[in-house]
Design a protein around this ligand. Structure first.
Ligand SMILES: [Zn+2]
Length: 404
């Protein structure tokens, strides 16, 4: 890696490290971290191969900063196929399955090609339908007797809305499981969160969560026990560290740090994912002894310190999701005159403003023991704000903090 990547050549020389410095796995702590900013600034310097050996170029989504490119050799695509076939096998997918892919397999999206290659390796039948089009999804499920869906969970809610309006009974279809990507479906104790519950209330089906990123080119996927995503130790070395970069014990929140194994194009050393989660080492109900990664709690740079409590935006969204008496919402965090984080929640509902505010405040007090500022406005105004950002989907959290 050192000889081929201009970036690591420079950094390792600076730290007076060589490949020989890495004898045991513990030695990895001598090596410096790689951050998202490093990859953004020096993107092409991470490339370890001539472009003539590159087979596929993918890109990160850019929702947390400028998108970066990742370069895969033919062997990297094979590694990706092995990763995804192992990962989907953990979720019980086998060659008899008919799998419907409701996410894109192009647009420089690594996961898309990973599913295609992984399912091909398993020998399952694949329907590459792509995103959206609930009517077509249901039609194809019926026509081809689909057994598994790969989907973003909030899209499943859209499919269920369509089913309700069109007298389709999801339980009467051939689908038995959904691989949920992109959004957590569980709380930290592995019970289903509001999103997971909303799906299973309307459709009693087995949900499997999977967590992956372009940078690690490896997935952590749940088995039938649903107790966290299983680690594939042969493909990625995982660490979870606290704010002082020290390893945290199991069941404690920290930032996931990964070192990719077996990658030729753009390997990463101690990459700080920015993702906050917990890991678990106890024996899984499925009999596997590998590390399991709990649901993603949030992004490190979005951590909110509020009245002595540490919070991440998904927790706010989760609390607001539970309130069926509000018709629209978004939350924002600003820096107050003391330089502290201040949470403001904008809601719309049919009740009198004062009633709505006190009801929501009580809910927050009961659940997280702190109450943010609640501001009542109209659904129209909220939707306009949510759509005013240049992201791939409406936002429900806005970070307006001034960086000091
Ligand atoms: Zn398991």
């Amino acid at each position: 890696m050192r000889l081929n990547s201009a970036y690591y050549e420079r950094i390792l020389t600076e730290y007076q490290l060589t490949e020989e410095s890495l004898v045991s796995i513990e030695d990895i702590r001598k090596f410096p971290f790689t951050t998202k900013a490093d990859i953004q600034t020096y993107n092409k310097e991470f490339l370890c191969q001539p472009l003539s050996r590159i087979t596929d170029i993918v890109s990160t989504s850019g929702t947390s900063g400028a998108p970066v490119s990742f370069y895969l050799t033919d062997n990297d695509l094979e590694r990706l196929a092995i990763n995804e076939s192992k990962s989907l096998s953990i979720a019980g997918i086998h060659r008899e399955d008919i799998v419907q892919l409701t996410t894109t397999s192009d647009r420089l999206f690594m996961a898309g090609i990973a599913y295609v290659l992984g399912l091909r390796k398993i020998g399952a039948s694949l329907l590459r339908v792509g995103p959206g089009l609930p009517d077509l999804q249901w039609k194809l499920i019926k026509e081809h007797q689909t057994t598994v869906l790969i989907a973003v969970p909030s899209f499943i809610l859209k499919m269920l809305e369509y089913a309700e309006k069109n007298q389709i009974d999801p339980s009467a279809t051939s689908v038995t499981k959904i691989i949920c990507i992109g959004e957590p479906i569980r709380n930290q104790d592995f019970s289903l969160n509001v999103l997971g519950q909303k799906i299973t209330d309307k459709w009693p089906i087995h949900l499997y969560s999977t967590y992956a990123s372009t940078e690690m080119a490896t997935a952590f996927t749940e088995c039938h026990a649903g107790k966290g995503g299983h680690h594939l130790p042969e493909l990625v070395f995982a660490e979870v560290v606290d704010q002082q970069d020290e390893p945290v014990p199991p069941g404690t929140s920290g930032e996931l740090v990964i070192t990719t194994l077996g990658i030729e194009g753009m390997p990463l050393l101690r990459f700080k994912t920015g993702d906050i989660c917990q890991y678990h080492l106890s024996l899984c109900e499925c009999g596997r002894t590998t590390l399991r990664l709990g649901p993603l709690q949030g992004r490190k740079n979005q951590m909110i310190k509020y009245k002595g409590t540490t919070l991440y935006p998904p927790a706010l969204t989760e609390l607001l999701h539970e309130l069926d008496y509000i018709s629209a919402y978004y939350s924002e965090v600003v820096t107050d005159e003391m330089g502290l984080d201040c949470i403001k929640i904008y809601v719309a509902g049919n009740e009198k403003d004062a009633d709505l505010i006190s009801r929501i405040k009580e809910h927050f007090q009961a659940r997280i023991r702190v109450t943010p500022d609640i501001l009542v406005t109209t659904t129209q105004e909220i939707n306009a704000i949510k759509m005013s950002f240049n992201f791939r989907k409406p936002v429900d959290f806005i970070d307006r903090r001034t960086t000091l």
